[in-house]
Structure formats: structure tokens, C-alpha cells
Design a protein around this ligand. Structure first.
Ligand SMILES: [Zn+2]
Length: 315
């Protein structure tokens, strides 16, 4: 857990908390009914609650909303609900029933081998509707690509866009639908068009601080994202390898250190890694692939470290 940097305001009612890696950026919308969008990873949940308490003072958190339900965007929700039991919670409409029944295989945590504390949700975010967060009404738009259930939230008066992982300042995240037997590249490109057409003044990405239109930041980010999606689309096997490295790095960011055997057991039990193996190098045996294709380059650049018995997170 890193020391959080101070939140960045957009106007006088929207506060952006850049949480570094593992946890997503959190957005606090102030008003009569304060709301937070995206809640970080479960490991940082205590810090997420403390940050919100500090920002809210005596005012209770009233609403919690999610751009999508990856573990780094909804892992703090259970702790926030425990701290503010009256808060009501929104998830993308298509995921509402799955959350209410807590079906981990239909949520992403089962497939990725990641952790998330169980939370409850009462409301769906439906593209075409609006949702009141803080003192503004936010439009809900579909944002498929990184996650085909994802939404983005746009406030048309101040032109603030909460993008989740549909846009980052540099590049794009893993395009997961491509590994679920679904399409991801083309939907991602459509989502980038949606972002452009909305003409936001500010984009709050799923990771990192706000990106401004005024200094050309949004146009630059869109250009980089388009280039990256095209690259991945042209080289799907490389995309699979990249995804495998991301999953392994994420696991070590969470665990920090793992006995080698425990790591191998975790990897073997994560269905997504087997899919990525088949898409990247089905000609290699599973263990050879994991060691030589995935771990070796991460070790070579110091992203992971190892000794005789353990793997640990590196730089
Ligand atoms: Zn994320």
C-alpha cells in the first residue's frame, strides 16, 4: 500500500483520488448526497474508507457507483458499506443480478484468481439513463472493450467524463473480452469514438489523475489508445502474452511475496492463464510457457524478483 497523494479537485465538488497501482482511481462527488465512483482493491479498502472519511468529515457517504466490476474497481465497496450502512450502491445494469447472487464465476474474480470482498448492490446503471451523484446528474454510456459490461459517466454541464478503464493517459489495459470468446477490439474502438464525441473538458481515467482537454491531454490519450488497440489487434498472440504478464504482476502486487509452490498452484488454478497460454503459445508445455514466456521477462526487467524458494514483487 502506497502513501496516497492528495486528492485533485475538478471544480469545487469533484475530488479525484489517484491511488497508484492495484487500486483504481476513486472519484468523490460532493453534494447533499455524496457519492464515490470506483472503490479500489480489497487490500487497500481500509485506506479507501479513511480517505473518504477525511474528505467527507461528518457527512455520510450516500452513494457508491462502479464503472465496471474488476477487482481493482470494487474491492473497497464492502468496507465502505460497512462504514456507511445507509449508502446505496449502483453497478452496471447487466451485472446487477450477478452481484446480488454473488456468482464469482460470472464476475471476473473466479476467472482471474483475484480477490474481492462480497458487497451488495441495489441499483443498475443503464446506458441512456442518468444517475445523480453528488450535486450533478451524470449520463450513463456503454463503454465496452476493456470489459464489455463497463459504463462511463458523463456530466454535460462541466463536461467531466469518468472513464474507468476505457481511457488512460498512456495506452490501454488488457482487452479482456478477447479472452472470453467475445469481441473486444472493435467495441474498444467504438468506445474511444464515444469519448471523443462527448467532447469532455476533463477525463478521469480508471488509473492516474485527471486528463485535461485544454492542454491537449485528451486528444493525445485518445491517439495513444487507438494506436495501442490497433497494435494488439494486429498481434493477438502478443496481446495474450501481455495479459499473462499483467495478471502475474497483479498477483504479486497483491501478495508481495509468495512461496514458489504457492505461486504455481495459484497460476494453475487461474482459468484465464490457461486460456492465455493456449492463445499465445499452445506449442509450449504449460510449465515451460509460464517459466520462460511469462516469468523470465518479468524477472529480467526486475518487475519480479526471485530467490531459491520465493517469488516477490519488484519494481
Ligand atoms: Zn482497473
Amino acid at each position: 500500500m502506497s502513501t496516497p497523494s492528495p486528492p485533485i479537485p475538478i471544480g469545487d465538488d469533484v475530488l479525484v483520488f489517484d491511488r497508484g497501482w492495484l487500486s483504481s482511481t476513486n472519484v468523490l462527488c460532493r453534494g447533499d448526497e455524496p457519492a464515490v465512483v470506483d472503490t479500489g482493491y480489497v487490500k487497500d479498502a481500509g485506506q479507501t474508507v479513511a480517505l473518504m472519511q477525511q474528505a467527507l468529515g461528518d457527512q455520510p457517504l450516500a452513494r457508491i457507483a462502479h464503472t465496471h466490476l474488476h477487482s481493482d474497481h470494487c474491492g473497497g465497496t464492502a468496507a465502505l458499506q460497512a462504514a456507511w450502512p445507509q449508502a446505496r450502491t449502483w453497478v452496471p445494469q447487466v451485472s446487477l443480478a450477478v452481484v446480488q447472487g454473488w456468482d464469482e464465476s460470472a464476475l471476473s474474480f473466479g476467472v482471474t484468481g483475484q480477490r474481492c470482498a462480497r458487497f451488495v448492490a441495489q441499483h443498475g446503471l443503464r446506458p441512456g439513463d442518468t444517475v445523480r451523484l453528488g450535486r450533478r446528474d451524470w449520463q450513463i454510456h456503454a463503454a465496452p472493450g476493456h470489459d464489455n459490461q463497463a459504463v462511463l459517466l458523463f456530466e454535460p454541464a462541466a463536461r467531466i467524463l469518468i472513464a474507468g478503464d476505457a481511457l488512460w493517459e498512456h495506452g490501454v489495459g488488457v482487452i479482456f473480452p478477447e479472452f472470453d470468446g467475445d469481441e473486444g477490439f472493435e467495441p474498444f474502438e467504438r468506445t474511444l469514438q464515444t469519448v471523443e464525441a462527448l467532447q469532455p473538458e476533463w477525463v478521469v481515467p480508471g488509473h492516474g489523475g485527471p486528463i485535461a482537454r485544454a492542454d491537449g491531454g485528451i486528444a493525445h490519450a485518445l491517439g495513444q489508445a487507438r494506436t495501442r488497440v490497433q497494435q494488439l489487434r494486429a498481434h493477438p498472440a502478443q496481446h495474450a502474452l501481455h495479459a499473462a504478464k499483467v495478471m502475474v504482476k497483479y498477483q504479486l502486487l497483491d501478495a508481495e511475496v509468495m512461496p514458489r509452490d504457492a505461486f504455481l498452484a495459484w497460476a494453475d488454478a487461474a482459468p484465464i492463464l490457461h486460456r492465455l497460454h493456449r492463445q499465445h503459445r499452445p506449442d509450449l508445455a504449460w510449465g515451460d510457457w509460464l517459466q520462460h514466456a511469462v516469468l523470465a521477462p518479468l524477472l529480467a526487467r526486475g518487475a519480479l524478483l526471485q530467490d531459491a524458494t520465493h517469488l516477490r514483487n519488484g519494481a
